[in-house]
Write a protein that binds this ligand. Structure first.
Ligand SMILES: [Zn+2]
Length: 86
């Protein structure tokens, strides 16, 4: 093992080594663009189902395609409230 300098990243981000990145498959939007802009999808949780009994505002990070501005579906069912594409 070499003493390569460690790059500190903000808490919450998973460190991906260069060996792992060799296997990375680029995410491509349905329009063919592979550049995305981070954005926040905001939704309201009704008081009836809220854990605190009050209406809550939930924020979910999403990636928006730079070209067609459609949200990228990262986890399949995580953003299924968006209209299906294609
Ligand atoms: Zn697109």
């Amino acid at each position: 093992m070499s003493l390569a300098p460690r790059i500190l990243k903000p808490v919450g981000q998973i460190q991906i080594g260069p060996e792992t990145m060799k296997h990375a498959v680029p995410k491509v939007c349905g329009c063919g663009c592979n550049i995305f802009i981070p954005a926040i999808y905001v939704s309201t949780i009704p008081a009836l189902v809220s854990p605190v009994g009050l209406e809550l505002t939930a924020q979910q990070p999403v990636l928006i395609c730079l070209k067609c501005q459609e949200p990228l579906n990262l986890k399949g069912d995580a953003v299924d409230s968006f209209p299906p594409q294609g």
